[in-house]
Write a protein that binds this ligand. Structure first.
Ligand SMILES: Nc1ncnc2c1ncn2[C@@H]1O[C@H](COP(=O)(O)OP(=O)(O)OP(=O)(O)O)[C@@H](O)[C@H]1O
Length: 582
């Protein structure tokens, strides 16, 4: 992640859309404080009235009214602030979610899912507390302090100067700690992000964890991350307590100085006792809000650690189309054409000038050694990545002219993981076409031989399958994925054939399904199985980043030594009739 700094003003900007609420909340808090200040005066009057023998109840009623009004204003201000905090966080979370779902594919390769998730959940929660509390404390504390300074200046500038010295001392201590608090806050949030990422890693591979008896190791690993989060949290606590002690000292020191110096001046008749008492009172009005200001600055620094991570996530590059280019007229062009395509993930090139053509109907199979770049071809065609050079054309039109969305509308992709989402079988089938016609759904169910699965599911199409397709076998999940793809009526179906999910029977089924699909659209299949290449109209052998040989199964057996090696080495597996369904 690139180093990103946020400033104090970035924090303030969060509340910029809520100025009205801040003003009202600050007003209510100040009015509440004003009512609080009036209470001793009324209490004094009540006591005077009682000792003078006059009626006390009007004063007591007034006092009760003041208490109630102060409590009501306080509650209202707190509610407004909490609501503002929630709304700020809602806005942030919405923007973050939108951004995280639209990132460039390369970014997902680079960052860990759990860490990205924790930016939407944990970091924003930290920010909510800061915005709801600290920002307004800063404003109310600051305003009260300014008013108190003005009154003290009017009463006794010399004593004010002394109070100012102690407060300045505390300010020096506080500001020397701020960077540390901020760093510790950043470390805590980053450590929590790593915890989330490691937990996600373990939970998403739970079967692998269990099968390898790695629960303890995973727990220890996450435990270490939790330790780092705790260490960073303790460091924040250490710095924060030094800070509050410094502020406390400044408060006590101020009172002491005012008492000693003021007392000496009263003794020397330089000031009246009344002035000293008033000054002491105003000193308390100054130092208490100032300590609130210091505390909220500390809190804001802590929140900045979270804001750094949120801003970083917001700044991650999202998928954008390059500027549109003019494209030749489609004419009678093939469904897909790759011309001299070069591409590599980092420095190392995977495709080196690949040429590939997929006609509008029929099946093209892509074969090659493991790591030859077959999935990469599919990823480029699905526009997950952009080629470094060369052209991709859909129906004769340049991909850049069509735009990513239009390219993906024409293409359907079924990858090896054949995802299923939590929900009903119907939801899973119609994921890409939410309002699909039931007749169409029935058609693709028939095409993909899913009738038996529908009949078996409790509740049929409305029956629920859990996350990652827990109640479907891998082969069934793949057929659901193909049905889902066919429902979009794509002009090109991309299929990454699984190596091991299909038994001989299902393999024959799949061959039928693919043949049916190839009658409806163009089909580009990464083939790992002999049955698939045998049925393909054309096979492309990928090697060294180029199409090393092209032809039918028989043709390639005749003229491609690499293809013969692939067939012989079981890289293109023959069906294993002894293997059961997984
Ligand atoms: N997201 C990625 N980031 C970095 N390198 C990658 C990424 N995906 C693939 N590669 C690398 O690119 C090369 C081609 O990978 P690709 O998955 O396209 O091969 P493949 O022919 O589909 O392999 P297999 O048959 O084993 O699935 C490999 O060396 C792989 O390590």
């Amino acid at each position: 992640m690139t180093e990103r700094r946020v400033r104090f003003t970035d924090m303030l900007r969060l509340a910029s859309g809520h100025r009205g609420t801040v003003v009202v909340a600050v007003g209510l808090t100040l009015a509440g404080s004003g009512l609080g200040l009036a209470q001793p005066l009324v209490a004094k009057q009540a006591i005077d009235a009682a000792s003078g023998g006059s009626a006390v109840w009007p004063m007591l009623a007034g006092l009760a009214g003041l208490f109630l009004a102060e409590a009501t204003l306080g509650a209202l201000a707190r509610f407004l602030l909490e609501r503002m905090g929630e709304r700020i966080v809602l806005g942030l979370r919405r923007s973050l979610v939108c951004n995280l779902l639209r990132l460039r594919m390369r970014v997902y390769d680079e960052y860990r899912t759990g860490d990205l998730i924790s930016r939407v959940t944990t970091d924003t929660t930290v920010l909510r507390d800061v915005t709801a509390q600290a920002l307004v404390e800063l404003a109310t504390g600051g305003l009260t302090a300014v008013a108190a300074v003005a009154l003290m200046l009017w009463l006794d500038p010399v004593l004010l100067l002394m109070v100012a010295f102690t407060v300045a001392g505390a300010a020096v201590v506080v500001s020397s700690l701020l960077a540390g608090i901020r760093l510790a806050g950043e470390r805590t949030q980053a450590a929590i992000g790593v915890v989330a990422a490691d937990l996600e890693r373990a939970l998403s591979a739970m079967r692998m964890v269990r099968a390898n008896r790695a629960e303890r190791r995973e727990a220890d690993r996450i435990g270490e991350r939790l330790d780092s989060a705790c260490t960073a949290g303790v460091r924040t606590a250490k710095l924060a307590s030094v800070m509050s002690s410094a502020v406390e000292l400044a408060v006590q020191g101020s009172f002491l100085i005012v008492l000693v110096v003021g007392g000496m001046r009263v003794a020397g008749d330089a000031a009246s006792l009344g002035e000293l008492v008033a000054f002491l009172l105003y000193a308390s009005y100054l130092v208490v809000p100032l300590s609130t200001v210091f505390r909220s600055i500390g809190l804001i620094q802590k929140g900045m650690g979270a804001l750094v991570r949120i801003t970083e996530a917001m700044d991650l590059p999202i998928e954008r189309d390059p500027p549109p280019v003019r494209s030749p007229e489609p004419g009678d062009a093939p469904a897909l054409e790759l011309r001299d395509v070069w591409f590599g993930y980092r420095e190392r090139p995977v495709l080196r000038g690949l040429r590939l053509t997929v006609p509008r109907r029929g099946q093209v199979a892509l074969v090659g050694r493991s790591g030859a770049g077959k999935s990469t071809v599919l990823a480029l065609v699905a526009r997950f990545y952009d080629p470094e050079s060369g052209e991709i054309r859909f129906d004769g039109q340049l991909a850049d002219a069509l735009g990513r969305d239009e390219c993906r509308r024409r293409v359907a992709i079924v990858d090896q993981s054949a995802h299923a989402v939590h929900g009903s079988l119907w939801d899973n089938l119609t994921y890409a076409v939410p309002g699909a016609d039931p007749g169409e759904v029935a058609r693709v169910i028939g095409l993909t031989s899913l009738d038996e699965v529908v009949a078996r599911m409790p509740g049929g199409l409305a029956g629920s399958i859990s996350d990652r397709g827990g109640t479907l076998s891998a082969g069934e999940r793949q057929r659901v994925a193909i049905a889902r793809a066919l429902l979009t009526r794509p002009s090109l179906l991309l299929l990454d054939e699984p190596t091991s999910h299909l038994d001989a029977l299902t393999e024959a089924d799949l061959a039928r399904v693919l043949a049916a699909a190839a009658g409806e659209c163009a089909l580009l299949v990464i083939a790992h199985r002999l049955a698939t290449v045998r049925h393909a109209d054309q096979i492309v052998v990928l090697d060294g980043g180029v199409a090393a040989a092209t032809g039918t199964h028989e043709e390639l057996l005749g003229h491609s030594a690499l293809y013969r090696r692939l067939v012989a080495s079981q890289a293109l597996a023959a069906p294993d009739v002894t293997r059961g369904k997984v």
